[in-house]
Design a protein around this ligand. Sequence first.
Ligand SMILES: *Cc1c(COP(=O)(O)O)cnc(C)c1O
Length: 402
Amino acid sequence: MSERFTGSFTQQEPIPEAGIKAALEVLQHGRLHRYNVAEGELGETALLEQEFAQLTGAKYALAVASGGYAMGCAMRAIGVKAGDKVLSNGFTLAPVPGAIASLGAEPVFVEVTENLTIDLDDLAAKIDSSGAKVLLLSHMRGHLVDMEALMATCDAANVAVVEDCAHTMGADWKGVHSGRHGIIGCYSCQTYKHINSGEGGFLTSDDDEVMARAIMLSGSYMLFERHAATPPVEVFERVKYDTPNISGRMDNLRAAILRPQLPMLEAQVDKWNARYAKVEEGIRNCPGLHVIERAPEGRFVGSSIQFLLPGYRPEQIESFVQGCAARGVELKWFGAAEPKAFTSRYDSWKYAAAQSLPQTDRVLAGLIDMRLPLTFTLEDCSTIARIITDEAMTLSQSVAAQ
Ligand SMILES: *Cc1c(COP(=O)(O)O)cnc(C)c1O
């Protein structure tokens, strides 16, 4: 009998006791709306923002309804308008081009490298050819590009960078928290990311006016003084009449669930990375399978792992994925003709102008992606690595026999 794995790839850890207790307190006092606070009270959401700003090293933070909302709000706050072109990664997830489309703006996709980071040469070329003034940079699956090189290219061309840090909360580039290089960092606290409130997100920035606009946009009415990690009141005076209210606030219940998770993040990252290392070590020397190296300049969060199966035909990869699935190992393949679950591709987003990214096509054709929930034990990770290796060997042997 071949080995099988029986764990769940979508089971998260429970909310920490302190979060459950704090959530119950909010439910008991009933002040769930972030601006519904008692005399002298800051409220869970304002406190969460203060603590998140501290964690990332940002001057200001704003908690919002989702990561997708954070990206749309960020682009509005820096003045992106309908019809504007916005550069973004050819390899990312659907909420990223979706946020661009939500403004009526037009995504211009940039090629991905074999390391799953944005291709800096193609970025420079697309900045020139498109004339775009904004890059929505997705740190897809936590692979960080050389951030100094990227910022040098963008700064020289006067391109504003908004960072999508849905997979890099807790990660850094040379000690600088992910999201701190661009003008705005956007984060998600949706269940499958690094902290969990079901839905939720953050924006961070050091820029007074950008953050004042983001706060107004998120639905602050004229209650912006009830924020803590916020620009001075006089900045709001300059923006409060011409910034529309596009409600997308965080509420005190979610904030209560999240606050105790922030001080745990470092230790959670260590746990993820220990699991990641186990799987990586197990599959590293498998013939025909190419592990994607993580940049040594950064600390990443191993909440998922990717590898390449270069040179196989689609039906061969399909049968490898099915072979793993039959043994309880759930893999996602970005090369399938039809998008499944989370795996849509730039050519699935038909609301954007058709674009050709031959290098991205080549990489995605063999790209396999696997989630690593913290409910896996290290032993689970070794089992999973053995099954992947075994199936990859079968794949390479079946090809050699042809
Ligand atoms: C999840 C995700 C988002 C958006 O997060 P939501 O909170 O689900 O809106 C953005 N970018 C990437 C790459 C994501 O995976």
